[in-house]
Design a protein around this ligand. Structure first.
Ligand code: FE2
Ligand code: FE2
Length: 193
């Protein structure tokens, strides 16, 4: 057994700033909508969504080795910028905070929500998409949201998002993470999540 969604939501509210909490509620609502559309569990998607950023303000220089000591593969970009590991921290702490077992796919989804990963699964895809496009995000408009939602599959939505991100990265001179490029190439070559 684990605590209810409502109990987890109350707990997360004490762990992060109000703005981040409101973002997390937005992620929950988009996640539930996507889960319904693709025959997944809206309850599971909500549980994952409310928790995904619980450790957003908890990363420091020790975090990469802490994650490695818990058996998590840490990518070079995460060593360079440990904040990127907040999803990995959440994956480690999920059972403790939920006060009971959580399925592996919950932990895998939160682990990979920042950079994406070809093994992040359907719930990971839902979280990745919801995190990018929830209503509180100001970097995209209704037309951008429509473009994402008009895609047939979750995988197509991820490509639409990554194309926009890569365009932004190009403008800003940012190099995308190897693990993100691997996800992109995987989907482009027909891989499914
Ligand atoms: Fe995050
Ligand atoms: Fe987020």
């Amino acid at each position: 057994m684990r605590i209810s969604y409502t109990e987890l939501e109350s707990k997360v509210r004490t762990m992060i700033k109000e703005k981040r909490f409101q973002h997390s509620l937005g992620v929950v609502s988009v996640s539930k909508m996507l889960a319904e559309r693709y025959g997944l569990s809206p309850d599971d998607a909500a549980y994952i969504g409310i928790y995904h950023d619980a450790y957003r303000y908890s990363c420091n220089d020790e975090t990469p080795s802490y994650c490695q000591s818990h058996g998590i593969e840490v990518f070079p970009e995460e060593i360079a910028d440990p904040m990127l590991l907040h999803g990995a921290l959440a994956a480690i702490r999920f059972p403790e905070d939920a006060e009971g077992d959580v399925p592996d796919y919950f932990r895998i989804a939160v682990r990979h929500h920042t950079l994406g990963h070809k093994d992040m699964g359907k719930y990971g895809a839902v979280l990745y998409i919801a995190d990018y496009m929830e209503p509180g995000r100001k970097h995209l408009d209704d037309a951008d949201r429509q473009r994402i939602l008009s895609c047939e599959r979750l995988e197509d939505m991820i490509i639409t998002i990554m194309d926009a991100q890569n365009e932004y990265f190009r403008r800003e001179g940012i190099k995308s993470a190897a693990v993100s490029e691997e996800l992109y190439d995987y989907i482009k070559s027909g891989g499914m999540l």
